[in-house]
Design a binder for this molecule. Sequence first.
Ligand SMILES: Cc1cc2nc3c(=O)[nH]c(=O)nc-3n(C[C@H](O)[C@H](O)[C@H](O)COP(=O)(O)OP(=O)(O)OC[C@H]3O[C@@H](n4cnc5c(N)ncnc54)[C@H](O)[C@@H]3O)c2cc1C
Length: 647
Amino acid sequence: MNFADYALGEPITDTKAPAGPVAERWDTRRFEAKLVNPANRRKHRVIVVGTGLAGGSAGATLAEQGYQVVQFCFQDSPRRAHSIAAQGGINAAKNYRNDGDSVHRLFYDTVKGGDFRARESNVHRLAQISVEIIDQCVAQGVPFAREYGGLLDTRSFGGVQVSRTFYARGQTGQQLLLGAYQALSRQIAAGHVEMHARTEMLDLIVVDGRARGIVARDLVTGEISTHYADAVVLATGGYGNVFYLSTNAMNSNATAVWRAHRRGAYFANPCFTQIHPTCIPRTGDHQSKLTLMSESLRNDGRIWVPKAKGDTRPAAEIPEDERDYYLERIYPSFGNLVPRDIASRAAKNVCDEGRGVGPGGQGVYLDFADAIRRMGRGAVEEKYGNLFDMYERITAENPYEVPMRIYPAVHYTMGGLWVDYDLQTTVPGLFAIGEANFSDHGANRLGASALMQGLADGYFVLPATINDYLARHPHAEPVTDDHPAVREVLAETEDRLALLLSVDGDRTPDSFHRELGELMWEHCGMARTEEGLREALARIPGIREEFWRRIKVPGTGEEFNQSLEKANRIVDYLELAELMCLDALHRAESCGGHFREESQTPDGEAARRDDEFAYAAAWEFNDGAAPVLHKEELTFEYVHPTQRSYA
Ligand SMILES: Cc1cc2nc3c(=O)[nH]c(=O)nc-3n(C[C@H](O)[C@H](O)[C@H](O)COP(=O)(O)OP(=O)(O)OC[C@H]3O[C@@H](n4cnc5c(N)ncnc54)[C@H](O)[C@@H]3O)c2cc1C
């Protein structure tokens, strides 16, 4: 398959969001959606792939409603999903601080933060539901940080001027996931959730145009199995690992969403990748993973580089007036708390100017000296202690004594499967939730909004909207393994694995993954140009061709075989990467995480081009031929597009 070009298809629209005032749309949709009588729910099976915050909360809630849930994850336990890594917090418009927050402000901040490339209806719903999430999690016993008076404590994240981020030290994802896992475990024990851990979905089964099941592989025994249901939910997380080095868990991958895409689900805005500004810099070629230092650190840490190029003195020897606190200088209103896309680009710019610190000049300082002076070491330790410990374990430097060094790295993918307001993809009966869908963050996700979206989708949105689909398709004919559509998918899966095992070449899966990742980082990373993207598009088919000629997968398919797992995931990365570059190439504007060097303001800020690109790009797979682009026009009735300003 070569994506030489693309074809323009019919526009696509979201037909599920009701008309009327934005604040009433969610109530209207819930009221208009059909319901399934509680006694009939147990007759419906729903497959949920994924047990992170989105999948865990969805599986637990659907089972609690009475549906039969069949759930999958590739980890050894649902509670080891990648969501466990989330550190900083979760947003909610509770306004406990009385600092001017409201549902409307969270809505406004998110639409603006996403650089006006998200749907207003979805974002408003997200802001409304944010307050319910906190209540739900507190009721489950999630140990959020509290103030001395007992109210939940909050802190600030980038791109906002209020304090609305709820947290549990630097382990918010872990604590929230334990809450969802608890609820899921209750349903597993009650027999309403059939849990398949260490089982990876390898393909989607579509029968008569509807999603009816999945093909999965037991990662321990290698057994391939089929599973059927009335609807399939993908909660499989993001695809940032296409870049090889990212802050994601190493086994996070794109197979589920990419296979669904190949079976008819449109893929939206694949080029919208978030580069997080505060990661521990890369130290060499030996690394297979990067580590995030939470954005919460920007509440108290100050970011700076030396004013002079090539200044290699230790930080302590650089006097105050020879330091450039560049975010505070360029963006005085938001200072160190500008959104991630802006902070990342600014770090890249100062490093490109030759003012970066640490090995290779690929770093900037995140300095807590002022905070320690102001609050005392004890208070800093209480707020960020586990993050400081983690930093010290990795770098062997004590951040209480010397500033941390940080640099941007791939962190999150705003793109994903296109879904309508009901979170249904273009394949009827296939839903996508959490980071796996494209819905709410536009071209740049604000910090602490992914956990909010995953839990909004899983606890609240999907359980309300999937009823409507199931009520309208009450008694689907059972599907069995001898159905021609199933036989075809099974044969394709088995052939692909057999081919990977049979090539017997001389290169490891990791070597191809690294090569692809480096190419993507160089040409489809923090800054992109037409020339670079064309070069990547020219080179990827060659890597793919070489992969199928030289890949070496030792062992067999009938056993625990991590090389086979990896190689199979790289097959999908090699195709997805091409679509990402094509999407980035066609979007000849800068917006959010997508910075096209040709599209800048005179002072070097990203220049959006609303007249041409105010749409979500939904790509249709077109086996062997050019992908088809369907544009979903975005309209803004409440938050009018402006050039984002954080100065
Ligand atoms: C280091 C780090 C820190 C972060 N901190 C924050 C934060 O403080 N606040 C915030 O809002 N966001 C944060 N994020 C982002 C946030 O953690 C993620 O976006 C979010 O947790 C994704 O949740 P999810 O449920 O969609 O997917 P995941 O948690 O990624 O779960 C995916 C699930 O799908 C399963 N799966 C995937 N593919 C398959 C397959 N083919 N077959 C079977 N199972 C499959 C996996 O086993 C897993 O159970 C952070 C991200 C990182 C990397």
